[in-house]
Design a protein around this ligand. Sequence first.
Ligand code: PLP
Length: 367
Amino acid sequence: MRKKIPIAEPDLKGNELKYVTKCIRTNWISSNGSYVPEFGEKFAKYCGVKHGIPVSNGTVALHLALLAFDIGPGDEVLIPGLTFAATANAVLYVGAKPVFLEVDRFNWCLDPKGIEKKISKRTKAIIPVHLYGHPVNMPAIMKIARKYKIFVIEDAAEAHGALVNGKKVGSFGEMSCFSFFGNKTITTGEGGMVVTNDKKLAEKVKYLRDGARDRAVSLYYHAQLGYNYALTNLQAAVGLAQLERINKFISRKRKIAEIYKKTFKGFDKIEFSPEEKWARSTYWMSSIVLTDKSKASRDRLIHRLSEANIETRPFFYPIYKLPYINHKIRLPVVDYLASNGLNLPSGVTLTEKEALYVARTVMNILS
Ligand SMILES: Cc1ncc(COP(=O)(O)O)c(C=O)c1O
């Protein structure tokens, strides 16, 4: 029987073992090791940004970014309706209100057209999410943010290395957040990063991450409520080794997307992951959306693919409908994509033969 084709598996065959071994041999396994700041600096440089603060995951990266802007109760934060729950959860952690926005029908990311009418006196920030590796139209977002004086925190958890007009995601907003979870473009197992050009914000994020200590007073003097959101040296060791090969990983993902796109060409029952002319997607997840003409339901397709040993994921559930959020609004594009979209196997270890098998199986099932 064919072995299961995973949705996304990491490739840890570079210097990961060597750097982790060094941590063990030198006894530096906690967050105090030197790989942690080195990973921060190198990843920030990769993004074209001055400062990088490694943290324990992408969710807390968003939490810290919101805290650093003093966003809290009474404030509103604009986010897309189609994203991973963490984007909304971070807003709820600080006691602010997430306000959900519609996404673009073509590129599936936050639609700049709908933003202005959702801005109120309480709006403090917007979190554009670069969904599944495709970047948001950042120049349009930045223009609106400047006009209304609201902060921009990019959620780039899924799009390391994606470009907008040749400029990296993570370098547009005042702060940007990344995830290094096991299925991400580069991974540290669990892990995350806040990047920013602003030294003061970088210091504040680091201070809050490290328990809000004021060491000038005393080693154990915590000037306010802080957090322990540190990344370990072991994780940073893996991250550094992964970062050495990030361009190779992205090329591989683009190659996989190209195979899917070519195979699906002319097949009108699905639309494949978009790529705007101004964008360079990393295709973190090669994805398809079943079109109106299709009779097959998405969940049935997922089930049939699973029977063929192909692992997939449905698109995110519309987060504004989650029971603990439950906003009584309508976002028809979000709803349509959420119920008809799925991510195909997209990992860097996927072979060309496997990608072809996946694409042909999808077409057979839907035909
Ligand atoms: C869009 C988005 N934001 C935030 C996160 C949170 O990252 P983490 O899982 O590292 O907490 C994820 C991760 O899966 C994500 O996809």
